[in-house]
Design a protein around this ligand. Structure first.
Ligand code: 13P
Ligand code: SF4
Length: 304
């Protein structure tokens, strides 16, 4: 079954001059047919560089919208409209406007995992992979209004000299939040030799116990370069497939099987085939929002 649908997807891709981008958390069968796999920054860089006419984004809503914003002259499509990231929804435009008014001297740095209409009000955007560098380099000594993820803001505040003001106060990724210190301690007991890698969206108390903390692509690179053979992965479970694919000689254990992102599993092979066949769903961002959100996204590329 898979072989035939993969063949049809390949043919449609050639006919439409399309590229398929898939985030590291997508389903195994989706990352296996993608032209580019990666974390948020890698996928957006690929979206900027491609010369194809069509870009198929297998990821969550804000990623497809960012790819469309960076490519106003291309057709950007997403196989599903249901890939909604619950973290991104936690910062509302109204709340951001209020915080900006309350902290007029602060600069606004928003995580890529935020709604496009809030990005339109930011000074800069960052991903997990470049948050430290951007927080350090943007706008001198001003405090930073940072949102919506508290895990990432904790990571930045511990590793930079910047004053960080969380917006909202307790934003979190419900998927990474499922990973607890108890899970980690249990896993460490079973696999005492394994190195611990984690995503900065994890709870602050998890972040204090790890050997490596970073983006999904950073984690893949760290595991590749480490001399170790076993890793405990405090991250979304989909990353395990990517790690095993890249390093078949190493062993990866998820710290919690509960850390499953439903939104990142919405794209399927039949939906990708349909997307290519029918050019759907085209990602359209209202022009005014797209123009305003493009500026902080481009700023990220300048500073990263
Ligand atoms: P990365 O940028 O590390 O790939 O993370 C994206 C994400 O959604 C994590 O939940
Ligand atoms: Fe959003 Fe969390 Fe899923 Fe990443 S893992 S897309 S932050 S819900």
């Amino acid at each position: 079954m898979n072989a035939r649908i993969v063949e049809r997807i390949e043919r449609l891709k050639r006919e439409k001059n399309a590229i398929i981008l898939a985030h590291n958390y997508e389903r195994p069968e989706v990352v296996d047919i993608a032209d580019v796999t990666g974390g948020s920054f890698g996928l957006l860089s690929a979206a900027m560089e491609t010369s194809t006419d069509v870009i198929v984004v297998c990821s969550v809503d804000f990623m497809a919208e960012a790819a469309a914003i960076l490519n106003p002259d291309k057709r950007v499509i997403t196989p599903t409209r249901d890939a909604i990231c619950p973290l991104a929804r936690q910062l509302k435009k109204k709340e951001l406007i209020k915080a900006k008014r309350e902290h007029p001297d602060a600069h606004v740095l928003l995580y890529m995992n935020s709604d496009t209409e809030t990005k339109a009000l930011a000074d800069c955007v960052c991903t997990a992979g470049n948050a430290l560098k951007i927080a350090e380099t943007m706008d001198g000594g001003s405090p930073i209004l940072f949102g919506p993820d508290h895990g990432l803001s904790y990571y930045v505040s511990k590793r930079t000299a910047k004053e960080i003001i969380d917006i909202p106060e307790h934003g979190l990724c419900p998927v990474h939040h499922k990973i607890t210190v108890k899970d980690l301690m249990k896993a460490k007991e079973i696999h005492p030799k394994a190195k611990v890698v984690a995503h900065p969206e994890c709870r602050p108390e998890i972040q204090n116990y790890v050997d490596y903390l970073g983006s999904t692509s950073g984690t893949i690179e760290f595991c590749k370069n480490a001399g170790d053979a076993e890793f405990l992965v405090a991250d979304e479970v989909g990353l395990i497939h990517m790690l095993e694919k890249e390093m078949p000689d190493k062993t990866f254990y998820p710290v919690s099987d509960m850390a499953f992102c439903k939104a990142m599993k919405k794209s399927t092979l039949p939906k990708i085939e349909e997307a290519l066949e029918k050019d759907k769903y085209e990602v359209v961002v209202p022009r005014e929002i797209a123009v305003a959100a493009r500026r902080p996204i481009e700023r990220m590329f300048e500073l990263a």
